[in-house]
Design a protein around this ligand. Structure first.
Ligand SMILES: [Zn+2]
Length: 491
């Protein structure tokens, strides 16, 4: 006889991450299935990503429950001379990651992950990933050693457990051809979940939808094509919910729905480093580093490091960036918890970026809350690259880049259909799922279990710095031992 007085428990957790999804696009017409989860659970509406708000940094923060200061993935692209001296390290590329893992003996990610904690407790984790090889790696970087299972839509070379790909192909047919929007990838991945993963009942399973991020970048946020991609990913997610709901113990499943960061539209391309070179600096990007004084990365935010440049030249570069009318923020190594060592800059440590691998300078291009052509708030600049002006981007501290989807549902925890405005973020995902399963979190995890209420009083913090006519601000929220970046001074 079942004990009718027993507390409800969670025996399985399913996590669904929608890459790049802004919470203001969680709407009945676009994401009815995400809203199915919200109607039964709790929506953490103020949830925040980390800085820089890019996929591999955020992925690793989801995995480790900690900011980049702990996990060491300090950019999607960053100069990592321990591994590569001649070009910028690319965290999406399997070959770069293999080189790093070999050189660092499996410690490319420098903090424990929820995958590591699950493995220590003898629990299983299956990941179904449609993002890059690097993203699939970073969500469970020690998957093979942990005895876990990671499927990648990019094939056997994009995962430590190629048998997962072989098995899917055998059961479901060949991997889909590349397309834009990426519809078939999400459909295929959902079938891997419903037909292969869920019947095996792993303790934790995670599906990563590469949409709507890809279509927001290349088809513009709010376009017909990007909304088709979002609706399709949500519909694919709905098939997973249907499968769980048909299980006899569906009430023991917790479901977490999240995004890794948001996106904002861009309105112009800014060739920042062409301008820097015209001003007399010698900056190399990508694989063009040799012979340059500085190495830099591009996007809507990025890093600058001295190669042959002296400290005085790095300082001169920081001042040039601060004098540039299209640069909104410049950060350098910590001086006092607020200011950077270079006069006028803010501290990288204050934003959770004081890892030994972090650059000496980071910057963000200007963005604001004005509306794009589709009526969505958030518009910014972008350096020339593969995304054309008009396309979506992320990486900075605009609230629409930082605000993420975070919804938790389980019969044992979380109130039905509530919207919760307390501070929360992607760093809470790992600690929450571990707590739901009664597994201890790692000592390096600063995130908190969202299943527990806190008596801590959140503290609003405003960082300000500047030099001459340059002024910069960051709004933060400190709560219960963790810090969330609210926005970059856009009120
Ligand atoms: Zn992403």
């Amino acid at each position: 006889m079942p004990d009718i007085n027993a507390e409800p428990t969670t025996s399985h957790v399913v996590v669904a991450v929608f890459d790049g999804l802004r919470p203001d696009l969680v709407r009945p017409d676009l994401t009815p299935n995400i809203l199915r989860v919200a109607a039964k659970g709790e929506w953490f509406r103020q949830a925040r990503s980390v800085f820089p708000s890019v996929t591999r940094v955020a992925t690793t923060s989801i995995a480790t429950g900690a900011p980049p200061a702990a996990h060491g993935i300090v950019g999607n692209m960053f100069y990592f001379p321990e591994i590569l001296k001649d070009r910028i390290f690319d965290t999406s590329k399997a070959s770069d990651i293999h080189a790093a893992e070999a050189a660092l003996e499996g410690n490319y990610v420098t903090a424990a992950t929820f995958g590591d904690q699950l493995a220590k407790a003898g629990k299983s984790l299956a990941v179904v990933h449609t993002g890059s090889a690097g993203s699939a790696h970073s969500i469970n970087p020690r998957a093979k050693a942990n005895g876990h299972w990671t499927f990648s839509i990019h094939g056997e070379m994009a995962t430590q457990t190629p048998e997962a790909v072989r098995e899917a192909i055998e059961r479901l047919g060949p991997l889909p051809a590349k397309e834009l929007p990426k519809l078939k990838d999400q459909d295929y991945a959902a079938r891997v979940m419903t037909d292969i993963v869920l019947p095996r009942r792993p303790d934790v399973s995670l599906i990563w939808f590469s949409e709507p991020d890809t279509s927001f970048h290349f088809l513009e946020i709010g376009s017909e094509g990007s909304f088709a991609a979002l609706k399709n990913a949500d519909r694919a997610f709905g098939t997973i919910l249907d499968t769980i709901e048909a299980m006899p113990d569906a009430d023991q499943f917790a479901i977490l729905v999240a995004s890794d960061h948001g996106q904002i539209s861009t309105h112009a391309a800014l060739p920042l480093f062409e301008q820097a070179n015209a001003a007399g600096f010698s900056v190399g990007l990508g694989n063009q580093l040799v012979g340059n004084a500085f190495a830099a990365t591009s996007g809507s935010s990025g890093e600058v490091r001295g190669l042959s440049a002296s400290d005085a030249e790095v300082e001169k570069m920081a001042h040039w960036l601060m004098e540039h009318p299209d640069v909104s923020h410049v950060f350098s190594r910590d001086k006092n918890g607020v200011d950077g060592m270079i006069d006028g800059t803010l501290s990288l440590k204050a934003l959770g970026l004081d890892h030994p691998r972090a650059a000496e300078l980071m910057f963000i291009l200007r963005s604001d809350l004005s509306h794009d052509i589709y009526g969505l708030p958030g518009l910014g600049l972008l350096m020339p690259g593969d995304v054309a002006p008009g396309g979506g981007y992320h990486g900075g501290v605009n609230p629409h880049e930082l605000n993420t989807v975070l919804i938790a549902s389980s019969p044992a925890h979380f109130s039905n259909g509530t919207v919760n405005h307390r501070p929360a973020g992607i760093i809470d995902i790992g600690p929450t799922l571990l707590d739901l399963l009664g597994v201890e979190k790692a000592s390096t995890m600063v995130g908190k279990s969202l299943a527990r209420t806190s008596d801590a009083e959140p503290t609003f913090v405003r960082l300000e710095a500047g030099k001459g006519s340059f002024e910069q601000q960051i709004a933060l929220m400190d709560d219960d031992g963790r810090r969330f970046i609210l926005h970059g001074g856009q009120e």
